[in-house]
Design a protein around this ligand. Structure first.
Ligand code: C2E
Ligand code: MG
Ligand code: MG
Length: 702
């Protein structure tokens, strides 16, 4: 604590004693005022802004004790600490002084270090009390407006003053709750208690600026209420907590109901399921089900028609769900009681209690799907929605409500994957596939750090000459336990998790490094280009163009050595944004290819609006060539058009010499496929290049 902020008043008629003490204290940083007469005190001279008074008892005219008495009537011991100074043998004076409200005393001749310590103690105590008062006032103010309860915990005595309102919030009269801290802690929910204690301890240690905690407290009526408790601790100079005071607010309402629909929220839902889970452990014949609902395509409605319409739809859905479960006009009984809750977003859950057999849950799912099938009229328009439902049954002997919800969620995902607008009942196999998928995600995160990714290279061959024109970089993952994995195994997961950006960038960088190395290695290889696949997520990154420009610059790689492959669906997702992006890439001098052409729905004439250089005909059309001729027909249509539009064509998946011959006849410029080479490791590719292999067979075909 900085003593400079404190002003001391020394009152002593002995000039020498007084001024010496004043000088020494001033050197310690205190602001000092002096006076020779206790009379000044009665007149309040020099008292303004004084934090502490050092008062000599033996004074002419007005004695120090008289002055003390008067001051105490005007100021409390905390507002104005007073340290009396007296001769050693005057013990009666000291007792009287303390009686009259002196905070402490010093004896003459004054031992300076002792004086300094006593002054320090008084001042820090005063400051602590002021801080506490301030916070109490703050909380009292807040509490008056919001019906909060107050608590004030004296840590050294370990007693807590709980305000009458604090007790009333828990259903008790003033006299029914004492002042032990346990009155509070013992009422806190088992699951929250340790955490609350840790939060208090953390604040007392000064680790948090204030204590703020949400937890459940037991009400007299046996229910738990959610409370928000806030407070501050007051410390002494050495940092030990002296007191802690704060408020308590009942936040149960906000905790248990969803503000939009007024339905129970996740917390309340989990609480109800939790009770049943416990109950079912004792009563094995008790059957209940949790249904997890997710609207299909809600995001599109919300984004497309606006959040207001989205909210109205959610309200409408909530309403229909409750109504259809409540209706009694069906013969089939769907459990004794039910709870519909909104978990958030477009997710709803339903708890069906006391059903007679698992089919009841399926029937409820059917009924809810039917109830949502009719259009909603929102903002004057008809809006259609459907729902995917996952069902978990209590027969799986759950330990925790969250597990049951999780399984229902898993089943819901399966329902989505199987085409949406349907329900699935959870089974253990679903769990296994989810676990495998989660494991893959975790592993994939580490794959980058652990350098488990590899680039393989597949030659792209000029069909007329049989020479290698370049390579396509294809990602592989050297998995620690599963061996070498192809992109089908992990790219979809990477796309979903967003990790594809890092993966894709790693691939692009590596491929560019590799090709510049090979190009530099031999004059004969100076023309080689590298094709790199870009995923939609990468493609939409605003910094992509700049990053690529920097990369090319860093590697001194000419832009025409790089070709980027994107799929039709990437381009078609947002054609106008795509054109802009493609033009930027193109302006760097990089060439662009449409990958897997023919598998999407866009026509060649439409695609021509994009600044493209190359079409890669999907291998499904090439592999058909030579057998029944169907694939052949497609190649026969595409190739002349592409040539007209001055697009290069790469035939993917070329596997036979016969296909090579036909493609040449159709004037297809490039081929890529197992006929020439499978994708090779970097070493394998280097060896291939060293051999300067050309595919003689290409030249021989007519
Ligand atoms: P793609 O870009 O169409 O790559 C061609 C795929 O066809 C490669 O599969 C290649 O091994 C395979 N292939 C080549 N010739 C033949 C053949 O003669 N017969 C058969 N049956 N297959 C052939 P791969 O390496 O499994 O890659 C699959 C897909 O994964 C790629 O298709 C590409 O879309 C994606 N991919 C690979 N690497 C990356 C990457 O770094 N980033 C992104 N975003 N996607 C990548
Ligand atoms: Mg490709
Ligand atoms: Mg392809």
């Amino acid at each position: 604590m900085n003593p400079c902020t404190s002003r001391l008043l020394i009152v002593d008629d002995n000039e020498m004693n007084r001024d010496m003490l004043a000088r020494r204290l001033a050197r310690k940083g205190y602001e000092i005022a002096v006076t020779h007469s206790a009379h000044d005190l009665l007149e309040r001279v020099k008292l303004d802004g004084t934090d502490l008074v050092l008062l000599d008892i033996e004074m002419p005219e007005v004695s120090g004790l008289d002055a003390l008495k008067t001051l105490r009537e005007a100021y409390s011991a905390i507002e104005l600490p007073i340290i009396m100074v007296t001769a050693k043998n005057q013990s009666e004076d000291i007792v009287r002084a303390l009686d009259l409200g002196a905070n402490d005393y010093l004896t003459k001749p004054i031992d300076f270090p002792v004086a300094l310590a006593r002054i320090g103690t008084q001042l820090s105590h005063k400051r602590a009390q002021e801080a506490l008062k301030e916070s109490e006032e703050r909380y009292a103010l807040a509490a008056r407006g919001s019906n909060d309860g107050l608590w004030d915990w004296n840590l050294s005595a370990n007693v807590v003053h709980f305000s009458p309102r604090w007790k009333a919030m828990l259903g008790y009269q003033e006299a029914q709750i004492g002042d032990r801290p346990e009155e509070w802690f013992e009422r806190i929910h088992d699951a929250d208690r340790e955490r609350v204690k840790e939060e208090i301890a953390a604040h007392q240690k000064g680790l948090t600026p204030h204590f703020e905690s949400e937890h459940r407290v037991l009400h007299k009526d046996g229910s738990f209420r959610w409370m928000l408790s806030r407070g501050v601790a007051v410390h002494d100079t050495s940092g030990n907590p002296l007191r802690m005071a704060g408020s308590q607010t009942d936040i149960t309402e906000g905790k248990v109901s969803d503000p939009l629909t007024g339905l129970p929220n996740r917390l309340l839902f989990i609480d109800r399921v939790g009770r049943l889970v416990k109950h079912t452990k004792r009563r094995k014949d008790h059957l209940f089900a949790v249904l997890f609902l997710d609207l299909d395509g809600f995001k599109m409605i919300n984004d497309g028609m606006g959040h207001l319409i989205g909210d109205q739809l959610l309200l409408g859905v909530a309403h229909r769900l409750e109504k259809c479960l409540r209706s009694t006009d069906t013969v089939a009984r769907l459990g004794e009681t039910f709870t519909v809750a909104r978990l958030g977003g477009d997710e709803f859950t339903v708890l069906l209690d006391d059903i007679k057999d698992p089919d009841d849950a399926k029937r409820a799912a059917d009924r809810m799907m039917k109830a949502l099938a009719a259009p909603f009229i929102l903002g004057g328009k008809e809006v259609f929605t459907s729902v995917s439902i996952g069902i978990a049954l209590s027969t799986s002997a759950y330990e925790q409500p969250e597990e049951m919800l999780r399984d229902a969620d898993t089943a819901m995902y399966r329902a989505k994957a199987l085409g949406k607008a349907r329900y699935e009942v959870f089974d253990a196999d679903m769990r296994a596939s989810v676990m495998a998928r989660l494991q893959l995600e975790t592993d994939l995160h580490r794959a980058l750090e652990r350098e488990e990714l590899r680039n393989f290279y597949q030659p792209i061959v000029t069909l007329a000459s049989g020479e290698i024109a370049g390579f396509e970089a294809l990602l592989r993952w050297q998995h620690p336990t599963r061996g070498l994995l192809g992109p089908i195994e992990f790219i979809p997961v990477a796309e979903e998790t967003g990790l594809i950006r890092e993966l894709g960038w790693w691939n692009l960088r590596k491929a560019c490094q590799q090709i510049s190395e090979w190009r530099a290695g031999s004059l004969a290889h100076r023309h080689l280009s590298i094709s790199v696949n870009l995923s939609a997520k990468q493609f939409l990154q605003p910094k992509l163009v700049e990053d690529i420009r920097n990369l090319l610059h860093e590697l001194a790689l000419p832009a025409e050595a790089l070709k980027l492959e994107i799929t039709e669906s990437t381009v078609m997702a947002d054609p106008s944004a795509a054109i802009e992006m493609l033009q930027q890439i193109k302006s760097l001098g990089i060439r662009l290819a449409i990958d897997d052409f023919g598998t999407g729905y866009s026509s060649l004439s439409y695609l021509h609006r994009f600044p493209l250089d190359t079409l890669k005909i999907d291998r499904s059309f090439i592999s058909g060539m030579g057998d029944d001729g169907e694939g052949m027909e497609i190649a026969r249509t595409i190739l002349p058009m592409a040539n007209n539009l001055r697009l290069d064509v790469v035939a993917e998946g070329v596997e036979t010499l016969q296909q090579v011959a036909m493609l040449k006849k159709l004037q297809c410029k490039y081929g890529q496929g197992y006929y020439f080479s499978k994708p090779l490791s970097a070493e394998g590719t280097a060896a291939l290049l060293a051999g300067d292999l050309t595919w003689q067979a290409c030249e021989q075909t007519k």
